[in-house]
Design a protein. Structure first.
Length: 490
């Protein structure tokens, strides 16, 4: 008999702070913790990367998983995340004990055996949702995240019942996890799985397509992105399948850690503040200017950006518009790294305009917080953005975002208009076309609002009042789980 508490295995390739390359790492730490508060028995499954094993040296062995097909044997270790959520670590040195990142070596090249590495993770996730689980605990729901765990729903499909139901969450549809079709047999899947109605995608084996085809429920990280990925423009070739499965697809926006990202308690900023003492924000602007070697001009509007420097994030649009805006008394600071041409374009601007433009390559957590707190406006001109987190951090820090109306940006920012200012809902500035003129027009519109102190204070406080925490999104996931558990028992 199934437990009245849904037992959820949250299978993921990343979990902050132990391994993180983007928002998925944050989600994998925060969402299971919120689920626990809602009486869901969630456990996280994570590969045994060196950093993970080092962080949990006292982890005890729960079980062993025998070799299957070409997937080597591994140990399952038990630990607890800082939130108290149980953690299962797949300890398989052959696959995970190596220098570099979770997906690439130190030189930035994909590990050539990523198919085996994440095929093994997917197989283990499916095993823990089956009657053959080597653990006493087994899942009612296997919750998969992005292509790295996308093969788990396919493995479950070919597992004899009783078996768990599966949820596939798409954090970014652009990454498919495509490999040589020979991997189908090497991972122990039946030949019939490699078909158009299955794993095959343009002559390759796609982990992402496996998840989208076989999972019992699909979710993605914002309602607007759920609609966008059903279109050819944003569907990355999967739009037809997603339209076919639209009844099973739910858009649930991500949350943020409202304890860590809180200007009233943030130990990483110069001066803490809240909606009732926004004047203290000025000290953070001054500290930011000093740290970056920019002119200390409190009267100059300050534009901030923390991002990957990529085509997706629209950093080329920022590089295109800044020269035309420098006739205004503004300053700009960017923190991030990415595509070489984007880095070069921004660095060239900083070199030509010392005192006004700063570009810091790499990542610095303290500087990221100081930019959120010290900037007057925050730029996010993404061409597509499944959810985004910085626009929520920015609103919480009284730093209205200027963003393209796409994906989660459209869902979490209320554009400033006469009407939205009057009814107290305005929180930022949105633009439609992914072009430099559209971004420039939005920035100019934001600067006009900044020059009205009364309207600007109202705009800041509107954003700071928004609840971007994890509890409401977690409730939406619980609804998905309970529907699947009820359907399995009917």
């Amino acid at each position: 008999m199934k437990s009245p508490r849904p037992r959820v295995l949250f299978a993921t390739p990343e979990c902050a702070p132990f391994v993180k390359t983007g928002g998925l790492g944050d989600v994998s730490a925060a969402l299971p913790a919120a689920l626990h508060e809602l009486d869901v028995e969630a456990r996280v499954l994570l590969p045994g990367y060196p950093g993970v094993l080092a962080a949990f040296r006292g982890a005890r062995e729960l079980a062993t998983v025998a070799q299957a097909a070409s997937v080597p044997a591994c140990r399952l270790l038990e630990a607890s995340l800082p939130s108290g959520v149980p953690l299962i670590v797949a300890d398989c040195p052959t696959l995970y004990a190596r220098d570099g990142g979770p997906y690439q070596d130190a030189g930035g090249h994909d590990w050539p055996d990523n198919g085996h590495r994440f095929g093994a993770l997917s197989r283990i996730a499916a095993l823990l949702g089956s009657a053959a689980s080597p653990m006493e605990w087994h899942a009612d729901i296997v919750h998969c995240n992005d292509w790295q765990t996308g093969l788990a729903p396919a493995c479950l499909h070919y597992t004899p019942p009783p078996r768990a139901r599966s949820v596939m969450t798409v954090h970014n549809l652009a990454f498919h996890g495509s490999f040589d079709p020979r991997l189908v047999a090497e991972l122990g899947l039946p030949p019939e799985s490699y078909a158009m109605e299955g794993l095959e995608f343009h002559g390759r084996m796609s982990f992402l397509k496996a998840g989208l085809h076989y999972a019992d429920a699909l979710t993605t990280v914002s309602p607007t992105y759920a609609r966008e990925i059903q279109t050819p423009e944003h569907g990355a070739g999967m739009d037809g399948l997603l339209r076919k499965r639209r009844a099973d697809l739910t858009g649930i926006r991500n949350g943020i850690d409202t304890t860590y990202w809180n200007p009233a308690t943030d130990a990483l900023i110069e001066s803490r503040y809240g909606p009732e003492n926004l004047g203290a924000k000025r000290a953070n602007k001054r500290a930011l200017q000093r740290r970056l070697g920019l002119d200390e001009k409190p009267e100059a509007p300050f534009l901030g950006m923390v991002s990957r420097f990529t085509h997706q994030k629209g950093t080329d649009l920022v590089a295109d518009v800044l020269p035309g805006l420098l006739g205004l008394p503004l300053q700009f600071a960017a923190l991030g790294s990415g595509e070489r041409e984007h880095e070069h374009a921004l660095r060239s601007l900083a070199d030509r305009h010392p005192g006004r433009i700063s570009v810091t390559l790499g990542f610095d957590e303290t500087l990221a917080h100081l930019i959120e707190a010290g900037a007057d406006l925050f730029l996010m001109p993404s061409r597509f953005e499944p959810c985004g987190l910085n626009q929520m951090y920015s609103q919480r820090y009284g730093t209205p975002p200027v963003a393209r109306a796409t994906g989660g940006l459209a869902d979490t920012i209320v554009d400033t208009t006469t009407q939205s200012l009057a009814d107290g809902t305005a929180t930022g500035f949105l633009f439609g076309e992914a072009s430099a003129p559209a971004l420039a027009a939005a920035i100019r519109r934001a600067l006009d609002a900044w020059r009205d102190p009364v309207a600007w204070r109202a705009l800041q406080r509107n954003g700071m009042a928004r609840d971007f925490g994890w509890m409401e999104p977690a409730r939406r996931y619980v609804e998905v789980y309970r529907r699947l558990v009820a359907a399995a028992g009917s």
